[in-house]
Design a protein around this ligand. Sequence first.
Ligand code: C2E
Ligand code: CA
Ligand code: CA
Length: 785
Amino acid sequence: MQPSTPSGWRYTIPVALVAALGLGLTGGFVDMQRHLVAESADEVADQTISEAAEQAGQSLGALKGSTRAVTGLFAVQRNVSHHQYGAFVRRVLGGSDDVDSVQFAPRITSNRRGDIRTRFAKSQGPAVSTGTGSTDQAASGRRREYLPIMYSEPLIGHEQAIGLDLLSDPTRRAIVVKARDTGQAQVSEFRQTYGDAAQLVIYTPAYRNGRPPPTVRKRRAQWTGVALTSIRVSDWMQAAATHGDPDLTSMMLTDSREDPPKLLWSIDGTPLPENPELLTSRAKISISDDQDLVVAGFPAPELLATQGWWRPLAALLAGLLFTFMLCFSVWKWLDARRIRRTANDLQQATNRLRFLAERDPLTGLPHRDGLHSWLDEWSARNPERSLAFLFIDLDGFKEVNTAWGHPTGDLVLRQIAERLSVLSGDPDSIVARLGSDEFVVARAVDRGSIDGLATMVVTLVAEPIPIGDRDVQFTSSVGIAVRPEDGSTLDSLLVNADIAVREAKKQPADSVVRFDPVMAAQGASRRQLARSLRIAMRHPDRNFFLEYQPQIDMRTGSLVGVEALVRWHETGRLISPLEFVPLAREHGLMQQLGSWVLESACKTVAEWRKSIDAVVSINVDTAQLTGDFATVVSTVLGRCGVAPEWLIVEVTEGAAMTRDASRELDHIRALGVNIAIDDFGTGFSSLSRLADLPTHQLKIDRAFVSGLGESAESREIVRTIVALADSLGLETMAEGVETAHQAEILLEEGVYYAQGFLFARPLPPDLCLQMWSTGIAMPQALARH
Ligand code: C2E
Ligand code: CA
Ligand code: CA
C-alpha cells in the first residue's frame, strides 16, 4: 500500500528555492550592514588618526619655534653661562613633557696653527676635545672646524654627550650641513638611545645675527652653532593622540621611508601588523620639507562595537525572519491552491456520481434522488410558481411481468418512459421513474392547464405497444398534487400525490384525481406516527434506546470509536430512524430527542471508561444546531463526568454550512469535542467553507463505499476525498463497509478507519463493550495490509 505523502513535502522544491532566494538576500543584507559598520568605524579611525597627526605636527612646529628661541639666545648674548642656559631652556620649553633634552653645540674653528677660535668665551664652556674635530677641507688639513656639544639641559643623564663633536660623524654632519646651508631646522633620523624608545632630534642652525642670512655663502660664514632638541617620540605621540577616543583606534607611527616600514611607536605597544593593508587609516606628519612620518592605524574591535556591532546581527535575524515568512506564505499559498484544485476535482467527481446515481439504469430517467435535486433547484429558481406533480401508476403492469416475463416488462417500461419524455423538454419540467411502474411528471403550470396536461399523460400511456404479434394498450391512474398548496417538499408532494393516485385507482381506468385535503385522512397514518412520537418523547427512556456500531482501524482490527444510533420501540414494532428522525424534525421534537441521545450516550461512555478508553460519536441533526446546543453539550458532559475528547459529534455537510450552525460547531469544538462530517461527498454546497469548519474527520458516504469495486467513479471519488482530507489535515472514515473487497480498496486508497456490517452491526452496549476489549478478527484478505 502506498503511504500517503504528507501534504507539506510536495512543496519542498518551490519552498527551497524561495528559501535560497531569501537566504541569498539575507547574506547580501548582512554583508552590506557589516560594510557600513566597518566604513563608519574607518571614518572614525581616519578622523582620530588625522587629528593625532595634525596635533603632532603642530607640537613639532612649536618645538622648532622654541629651539629657534634657544639659538636666538646665543645670537644676542656672547657669554651664556650654563646656569643661564638651563634657566632659559626651562623657561622656553618648560611645559613640553616630550622633550628629552635641549643641547647647544657652538661652532669652533682653528687656524692653521691649530689655535681655536670661537665666539664663545673659552672659560664659559667645558674643555673641547679638538682631536675628534673634522674639517671642511679635510684634504688641506689646515683650517679645522668643530661642533662640540657644550650645553645641555638637563645635564643630568646627558653628561656623556658633552664634548661630542657633531661634525665627526658623517650622518650627523650631513644634517648639520644641510641645516646650516638651508637655514631651516632639520629633523634627524631617529636614534635609539636607551631601550627601544625612539627619539627625534631637531637640528636648528644658529647665526651671528639670529636670523639666517639670505645666501648660502653668508650662511656658511655666519653660522655660529647648532641647537639640538631631542624629542621622546612616545611622549610626543601620546600627547598628540588625545583627540577623539584613542582607545578605540589602534594607532602607530611608522617611518615609511624604510621598507618594510619601521615601527617607531604604537599606542600600547602593539606590533606592526604583518599585512600592511590592515592599516586602513593613514596620515602624514611632515617633519621637514622633504621628510614625512606616517601615523597609521585601524579601528579597534571596541570601535566596531560602538558603531553598531548589532547591525549585521539584526540584519541576519530580520533576513531569517523575512525568509521564514516568505517560505511560510509561499507554502500557504501553494497549499491553498492545491486545496482549491482538489475541491474542484471532488466537486466534479461528485457531480458526475450524482448524475449517474440519480438516473434509473433501465429507462435513463431520473429516479427519486434526481427528482429531489431537480425540485430543490427549481424551487430555488421559482419560489413563487406553481408546479403540478402527476403521479402515474400503470394499471395491470404486474400481469405483464407474470404473463410475458421481465424482459417484456422492461420493454414496456422503456416505451412508456420514452413517450413521457416528450413532456420534459424544457427546464420547467421533469419526468422521473419512482418505482417499478410508477412515474412522475412534474411541470410548471398555470392553474387552467393542469387538466390538459393530465389528458396528455393518459393519452401517451394509452397508445398501443406492440408485444410479440399483438398490440397491448395500458390504462393508468393519475394523482395530482400541486405545489405549493398541497405541499412544498418532495416528500409531502409525493405523499399527497400518492393519496390521490390511490383514490384514482378506486375509480375507472384512466382516472385523474386531484389531491384534496379531505383525502388526507388517508395520510393519517403518518400523522398518527407523529402523535405516537410526541407521546413516546414524554418517557424517552422507556421508548427509545441506543445501539452502538463499532468503528475500527482496519490496519489492526482494534476499535477506535462507536457510533450511537437511536432506536424507537413503538408498541412491539421497531421503527427505523430513517423514518422517525425526519418526523421528529418536522414536528419540532428533534432537540428533545437529540438531548436524550446525547445524555444516554454520555452515560454509556462514562460507564465504559471505567474499563476501556472508549470514544462515542453521536449524530446531531440540523434542527439541534440552532439554539444553544453547545451549552447543552457542556452541561451534559459535566453532569455525566465525561471528558470532551471522549465524545465526537457527527453532522452532515449541509447542516454544517449555515452560519448559525457553524458558530455553534465552533463553540462545541472550543469545548474540546471533535466534529466529524457525516455522509461526506453527497450534498455540500460550498467546499471552500469546509476548510473553515472545526472538523477533524470526514466520513465517506456509504453510496461511494458501496460502489467500490463496481464503478471506477466511486474509487475516483474516494481518492479525491482522501486527497482533500489530506490537504485539510483531516482523517477519513468509510461508512457502510460490507465486503472485504471494499475494505481492501479503501486501505489501498489510504482510508484506515471504517464502520460497516463487514466488521459489526449496531450492537447493544454490553456486546459493544465486549468487542472493544477483544477487537475484531479481520478478514483474511485484509491481513496483508
Ligand atoms: P448514518 O448516520 O449514516 O448512520 C449509519 C447508518 O448506516 C445506520 O443506520 C447504520 O445501521 C447503517 N449501517 C452501518 N453499517 C452499514 C452497512 O455496512 N451497510 C448498510 N447498508 N448500512 C449500514 P440507521 O441506524 O438506520 O440510521 C440511519 C440514519 O438515521 C443515520 O445515518 C442517521 O442519519 C440517522 N440517525 C440514527 N440515529 C440518530 C440519532 O441519534 N440522531 C440523529 N439526529 N440521527 C440519527
Ligand atoms: Ca452518522
Ligand atoms: Ca452516515
